[in-house]
Structure formats: structure tokens, C-alpha cells
Ligand binder design. Structure first.
Ligand code: NBP
Length: 478
């Protein structure tokens, strides 16, 4: 029989996805530019299911059941275009190319448009969960035509992670680039989550006076509550680990410069274009880039500032509870911002993304999987047109209950000279949203002063300009 699906690009992600399909009963055609990888996969794991190893693009395409489903798992960027150029001429109308790489959604939109002219469905697909997820069940975020989802959906549902209620962690996100866009924002939120956790650690250590091993215990406890998540869990493991060579806490021997591959940066770039305030994600991206500026940091090392005085005993424990509140409240804000960005992309590109569905497929398999996502899913199910997560009654209540502690933690960070850009940006966003009036009035007035940019009045309709350089009369500028 012919193969149900083919995977080309058999590095770690492609191999594991191919094995996942095979373990779920599908016959999988295999192909890789360098044939040795294909042979190695069959030699090491051929007994896990039904594989058809091929060495030429022609044999690979010929091995596939029609309409063909061909999954591309090569390095994102130019290699993806090279592979499409190689395979598209061999395909026929109705066939489906799935790109599971970390593509920029604008590239996905271009590729989809070009292939559509040829009658080929191009499905740009976000996949999260790393190597382990690819093998045992990732969260899968496919875009592309509704028709492609008909042919592909059941297979993706089968290999994806399952939420606690048994539903698959995959769903059609929307046309063309919607899937890769949602994956991009997922990664942006992941950056924000990681930054908030790092700030919590830093504060527990320098203000709370706890050791990494003690903080591991604290995170471990938090992981049994509302912060229950993969990232909190692995944080506890990292903090509990001691370096083999020196016996010191592992976190103390790692160079304090965080790198990035680009999806967080993309999220912020697009947010700027769309005018969406994703300050939590932006602070996370900037915190990583700041960490990498060793020269600037060395030059600034002697600048004056306080040194946090460590708390003890019951005071430290009380502070740890406050940090939990601050972390949870800031997390609500960063998800609020991330979902706003998905909504904005969906509106701009006319994708019709269902935000509740996004929350539902992030409940398991992906890096940001968390009990929290269940809550977001419920919020959107209760009210599909929820204007913002902060308008959900439960989240509003929780953030209200957390805010005193949240403020105390941000104040302690400022007083102790501990950078907490994520916590403070989240709090500023919260306070700005709830403010009755913003100083944006003054900003707009300044704009009118130096650039005659006009303004609207709070008390009546119309557009106005004040003759700042003259007699300061207000004139109608409508
Ligand atoms: P890599 O991103 O390291 O890519 C290696 C694969 O690309 C190999 O199969 C290689 O073939 C192939 N390739 C390259 Br490089 N240039 C090619 C070309 N011009 N023509 C054909 N094939 C080419 O693999 P990965 O880490 O498994 O990731 C695959 C994709 O999945 C990437 O887009 C990545 O961003 C995405 N992703 C990764 C993760 C993760 O956790 N690693 C998670 C989610 C998504 P060769 O064997 O002949 O060199």
C-alpha cells in the first residue's frame, strides 16, 4: 500500500514526527537530502511502524497516497523554499505540502499564495513541544485552506497531545499564515513566561534570601497550585541541580547571557506594526538582549544603587507568597497581551482565529502548557467575544486579589535595586488600562504644539488645533 503521509527533513524534529505518525498506525514515507539520515532512522526505529524509505524526490512523491500529504521538516528560511522548489513540480492539484518548520508567517503567506496558483494546498504549521513533544504528542497549530484541514486534521488530531478532557491539542487556526502566526505569539508568550519566572527567582534570592535549592522547593510547591505548568516544573529541576564539576548550584555557573532564535523578536516587531502593546513580551526580548551586552554591563558595574537586604524566617516566607501573587498577576497580563496580538493579526489578515480554540490547543504538548490554559479556555467558552482576558470575571477577581502583593513586590524590587522589567511592565499595563484618564492627553497636546497634529476634545466632537505660536486661540481643524 502507499504511504498516508511523507516526511522530508529527518533531523530530530522530522524523525520524531515520522515515528509519531508511524506509531499511530500510519504508513510514513521518508526522505532526507542526505540519505544516510533516512537509513539511520529505519535502522534505529524501523520496527516501530510502517515506513517506506526513499532516496530520490521522485520515489518519495510516488510513494504517497493521493491526494498526497507531504510534510517538510527542514531548517526554516531558504532551505524551505529550496525544498518547495524541488517538490512542487512533482505534485498535482489537490496535494498538500505541510511546513512544520518555524517559518515567519509572512513567508508562509507568500508560499501559500504561490502554491495555490498551482492548485497545491500549503499548510504552514506551528509545532511546539520540542523533540519530546514531536515524538509523543506536540501541540500543533496548522493554517491553510479549510479543504486541507479536511484531509489532514484527523491525522494531526491523532498524533497531537491530548488535553486533560481528552480533546486533541490541534485545530485549524485559519487560512494561509494563521498557524505560523499563532505559533509566533505562542513563542512570544513563552519568552514572557520565562522572564517572569526568572524575575521571581531573582527576587526570591536577593530579597527573600533563599538559596537556589530552597527556591526549587518554593517553585515545586507553586507547581501544585494555580501556577502548575511545564516551565515552573523545569525551573524547579534546574534550580535543584548542582554542577558536577564544582558542586555549586548549576544556575550559578551558567553564563548570565540569554540567547534567542528570533520568534520572540518577530512577535514584538509585528506587534509594533499592528500597534498592539505587548510590553511583557517586549521586556522579555529586551532583557535577553541586555544580558548579552557584556561591554555595557561591565562599564556600568560601579554605578551607585542599593543592594537588597535579605529577609529572614517568617518575613521571607511572607515575601515568597507575595512573589507568587505578582507572578500570577503578571502572567494574566502577558496572556492578555498575547491574545490581543492574536486577535489583531486575525483582524488584519482576516483569518477568523477562534481565541478559545487557541487556548484549548495550548493546554498540553507545548512549552507554555499549564493548568492556567484551562482557565483561559473556559473564559472564552463562556464568552467567545471576550474583549480581553482582563474582562473575564474570574481573572479580574484574581488580579484584584493579587494587586496589593504585586505592588509590594514591584516596590521591593525598585527599593532593592533588583531589575523586574516584566513585573513592572505588567503592572503599568494594568494600571494604564484601568486609569480613568491617561497622560496621553498631554502627549497629544505636545504634538499639537510642535507639529500642529490637532487634537480631539473630551467634552465635544470635532478636531481642533490651538494657535500655539500666535494668540493661542483654538481653531476648528476638522
Ligand atoms: P534543523 O533545523 O537542524 O534542519 C535540519 C534538516 O534540514 C536536515 O534534514 C537537513 O538535511 C535539512 N536541510 C537543510 Br539544513 N538545508 C536543506 C536544503 N537546502 N534542502 C533540503 N534539506 C535541507 O532540524 P530540526 O531541529 O529537526 O528542525 C526542523 C524544523 O522544525 C526547523 O524549521 C525548526 O525551526 C522547527 N522546529 C524545531 C523545534 C525544536 O525543538 N528543535 C521545535 C519546533 C519546530 P541534511 O540532513 O541533508 O543536512
Amino acid at each position: 500500500g502507499k504511504a498516508d503521509i511523507g516526511v522530508t527533513g529527518l533531523a530530530v524534529m522530522g524523525s520524531n514526527l515520522a515515528r509519531n505518525f508511524a506509531r499511530n498506525g500510519y504508513t510514513v514515507a521518508l526522505h532526507n537530502r542526505t540519505a544516510a539520515r533516512t537509513r539511520a532512522l529505519v535502522a534505529d526505529h524501523g520496527d516501530e511502524g510502517s515506513f517506506v524509505a526513499t532516496e530520490s524526490p521522485e520515489d518519495f512523491v510516488a510513494a504517497l497516497e493521493r491526494p498526497r500529504r507531504l510534510m517538510v521538516m527542514v531548517k526554516a528560511g531558504e532551505p524551505t523554499d529550496a525544498v518547495i522548489r524541488q517538490f512542487a513540480p512533482l505534485l498535482e492539484e489537490g496535494d498538500v505540502i505541510i511546513d512544520g518548520g518555524n517559518a515567519h508567517f509572512e513567508d508562509t503567506r507568500r508560499r501559500e499564495r504561490e502554491l495555490r496558483e498551482q492548485g497545491i494546498h500549503f499548510v504552514g504549521t506551528g509545532i511546539s513541544g520540542g523533540e519530546e513533544g514531536a515524538l509523543n504528542g506536540p501541540s500543533i497549530m496548522p493554517g491553510g485552506s479549510a479543504e486541507s484541514w479536511q484531509s489532514l486534521g484527523p491525522m494531526l488530531e491523532k498524533i497531537s497531545a491530548k488535553a486533560q478532557d481528552g480533546s486533541p491539542c490541534t485545530a485549524h487556526m485559519g487560512p494561509d499564515g494563521a498557524g505560523h502566526y499563532v505559533k509566533m505569539v505562542h513563542n512570544g508568550i513563552e519568552y514572557a513566561d520565562m522572564q517572569l519566572i526568572a524575575e521571581a527567582y531573582d527576587l526570591l534570592r536577593s530579597v527573600g534570601g533563599y538559596s537556589p535549592a530552597q527556591i526549587a522547593e518554593i517553585f515545586h510547591t507553586w507547581n501544585t497550585g494555580r501556577l502548575d505548568s511545564y516551565l515552573i516544573e523545569i525551573t524547579a529541576e534546574v534550580l535543584a541541580h548542582d554542577d558536577d564539576a564544582t558542586g555549586r548550584p548549576f544556575v550559578d555557573i551558567v553564563l548570565d547571557q540569554a540567547e534567542q532564535k528570533g520568534t520572540g523578536r518577530w512577535t514584538v516587531q509585528i506587534a509594533l506594526d499592528l500597534g498592539v502593546p505587548v510590553s511583557g513580551i517586549a521586556e522579555a526580548v529586551f532583557a535577553r538582549s541586555l544580558s548579552g551586552h557584556r561591554d555595557l554591563r561591565d562599564a556600568a558595574h560601579g554605578l551607585p544603587g542599593p543592594r537588597a537586604k535579605a529577609l529572614h524566617g517568617a518575613e521571607a516566607a511572607a515575601f515568597a507568597d507575595k512573589v507568587e501573587q505578582a507572578l500570577y498577576a503578571s502572567k494574566i497580563v502577558s496572556y492578555t497581551q498575547g491574545f490581543h496580538q492574536i486577535q489583531a493579526g486575525s483582524d488584519t489578515y482576516d483569518w477568523g482565529v477562534d481565541l478559545g480554540r487557541v487556548a484549548a490547543i495550548w493546554r498540553n504538548g507545548c512549552i507554555i502548557r499549564a493548568a492556567f490554559l484551562d482557565r483561559i479556555t473556559a473564559a472564552y467558552r463562556a464568552r467567545p467575544d471576550l474583549p480581553s482576558l482582563l474582562s473575564d470575571r474570574h481573572f479580574a477577581e484574581e488580579i484584584g486579589a493579587a494587586q496589593d502583593d504585586w505592588r509590594a513586590v514591584v516596590a521591593a524590587a525598585a527599593a532593592g535595586g533588583v531589575p523586574a522589567p516584566g513585573f513592572s511592565a505588567a503592572l503599568a499595563y494594568y494600571d494604564a488600562l484601568r486609569a480613568e484618564r491617561l497622560p496621553a492627553a498631554l502627549t497629544q497636546a505636545q504634538r499639537d504644539f510642535f507639529g500642529a497634529h490637532t487634537y480631539r476634545r473630551a467634552d465635544r466632537d470635532g478636531v481642533f488645533h490651538t494657535l500655539w505660536g500666535g494668540d493661542r486661540r483654538e481653531v476648528d481643524a476638522g
